[in-house]
Design a protein. Structure first.
Length: 224
């Protein structure tokens, strides 16, 4: 391991912690006090991603999402072992964030901790398709503004990517929870021990991310 690598992994852990604590936290607050507001939840997630990108993009690239790291590995934007270490850091950050939420809300008898779930009547197949499409949009934008045009759009990448997160949650939040991120599902699922439809939140985001990365790599990415 390069001596500086631990700083990247810590950045991924912290950025994912921000996302889960603020994102899942907004869901818990809304559900606990009967003031659930999808727009507020969407904005909380979008702002958390935006802040994380501006804080850590120059250190780790600000993935905060195993699906994004897998897409980067698949397109050879990062080494396999580095990508695996990113994913471990992200999952750990998600678990720690949810554990912090559990400690905060333990006296209010909260049990679900913002774990994403399918709306009643929606099949797991439909859930996978929705998560794949939402993640496809997200990763396509990430490749456009943070990979392909790093030099020209680095100052606005956080706002753009955060806006996509907000938009996606407004569309899919009530259907699947709009996780778009295995870590966003994993942390709350682990701490609440709720694993229903677990494969939706792995297959959907990873499939969408790989399709977006392949499309951008093959069709749009500028050759140096």
């Amino acid at each position: 391991m390069h001596p500086q690598d631990w700083r990247k992994y810590l950045a991924e852990l912290l950025g994912t912690f921000f996302l889960i604590f603020m994102g899942a936290g907004s869901v818990i607050v809304g559900q606990t006090f009967g003031t659930f507001d999808l727009l507020g939840v969407a904005v909380a997630h979008g702002l958390a991603i935006m802040v994380g990108i501006y804080a850590f993009a120059h250190i780790s690239g600000a993935h905060f999402n195993p699906a994004v790291s897998i897409a980067m590995m698949a397109t050879k934007k990062m080494r396999i072992m580095e990508g695996v270490s990113y994913i471990i850091s992200q999952l750990l950050g998600a678990a720690l964030a949810t554990l912090a939420l559990k400690l905060i809300f333990v006296d209010l008898l909260v049990t679900e901790y913002g774990v994403p779930s399918l709306v009643g009547g929606l099949s797991p197949v439909s859930g996978i398709i929705i998560e794949a499409i939402l993640t496809f949009v997200l990763v396509l934008v990430i490749f456009s503004v943070a990979v392909d045009q790093k030099e020209t759009r680095s100052n606005t990448a956080g706002v753009i990517i955060g806006s996509v997160i907000t938009m996606d949650i407004l569309v899919g939040g009530l259907l699947t929870g709009a996780a778009m991120n295995p870590a966003r599902w994993f942390g709350p699922a682990l701490i609440s021990n709720m694993w229903t439809n677990w494969y939706v939140y792995l297959a959907g985001p990873i499939l969408g991310a790989l399709l977006a990365a392949a499309l951008y790599q093959l069709v749009y990415l500028r050759r140096k």
